[in-house]
Design a protein around this ligand. Sequence first.
Ligand code: SIN
Length: 481
Amino acid sequence: MPIQHLLKTQAYINGEFISAKNHRTFPVINPANQQVICEVTCCGEEEAELAIKSAKQAQHEWKKYAAKERSKFLQKWFELIMQNQENLAYLLSMEQGKPLNESRGEIAYGASFIEWFAEEAKRAYGEIIPQDRSDHRLLVIKQPVGVVAAITPWNFPNVMITRKAAPALAAGCSIIIKPAPETPLSALALAELADQAGIPKGVFNVLPTALAEEVGSVLTRSADVRKLTFTGSTKVGKILMAQCADTVKKLSLELGGNAPSLIFNDADLEKTVDAVIASKFRNSGQTCICTNRIYVQSGIYRAFADKLKEKVRSFIVGDFQQQGVNIGPLINENAVQKIQRHIGDAVNKGAILALGGQRHALGSTFFEPTILENVSQDMLVCHEETFAPLAALIPFDTEEQAISMANDSEFGLAAYLYTQDFSRIWRVSEELETGLVGINEGIISNEVSPFGGIKQSGLGREGSRHGLEEFLEMKYLCMGV
Ligand code: SIN
């Protein structure tokens, strides 16, 4: 299918692509050169209300489909996405900036959630409870939550939608997506393919908008929306949580992270450097589970720092279409200013700039992959996620020290540890205050495992069989016989 068929600029509500009543549009900007790719309709209150009404009507019917029938729609959607992988990847890179290869990977990763939940749809088992009395029969059935609103970020414009929409639809919910204003095109392309897959009208809806507060407020305050699922900052997550309190919505929140990596003296140097690079520099460092603080034990510190520098120095920074590119642009000027602030703060407090540290010669939002050495716990980079290509190395001596610094954070999404010692693997994994732990592995997310954080990194899990439960309510039936 030509790419133009996937390039949609209107909202998708009740099975139709429509323009907002306010006639407003907003530009989608290519972050590599700041050029306008296209103008997209800017939904407001009216479209949000319409989407809720349509989603409510549609859900009434959708929930009655047999799980196997819902599964077939999802399977078809998955196939169409994979058939269009190349064009979807191109659109994604154009609006988000990541290298084309990473976008191809994201499309396949995103589709894998649809395939997985197409299968899981058939496994929303209830239970039969041994009766408490001989004249009782006790059962639990699982039912869809209802209409779901999803607010999704720009860093993974495809997968952040599919890992919410696929379990929602599998469970028998309908969904309204409000994509990030930076990356509405990937969301609308998914809508086009959902339409082609025959997903009934009103079941999947997309509201592109630059009026995030206006649309967000309608979605969170509506009593007809029974669940909110959000990926984004902890700050916005707290606001949404408060807005949902009035209607006591079910919530899934995937919020900020500040992932530590703990590298012990006995780690395999070569493999560890590669794993840390994969975790740190994926998506140019714009990933919630990116390692942000790299704690390195004193015996391996020098060798690790030198090897990391040798490899990162050879990175190619460039536009998504360039062959072999490792690092794309950051999403916008604010992102550049944040990495500059973290570097400035660290250097002022005594850190050593070992590599990079400047805006890249390509200009605009391109930034040099950067390594800071001798970072300490009092620096900003240890307390805020940088969301940019900055590797901060912090030396440590003992396991207790490393654990204590790793847990010194309000966030608790991901952590990584590198060691060959099995008892240490268990000890440290159990002590780390995070929802995810990578052990001698830097790329840990997939559709079959539960993804999510503790502390102020969020609530609930995405992916895996647990991801389906987030969209189901339990109903207990007590039968007198
Ligand atoms: C994220 O940035 O939160 C998602 C990363 C992933 O799914 O691996």
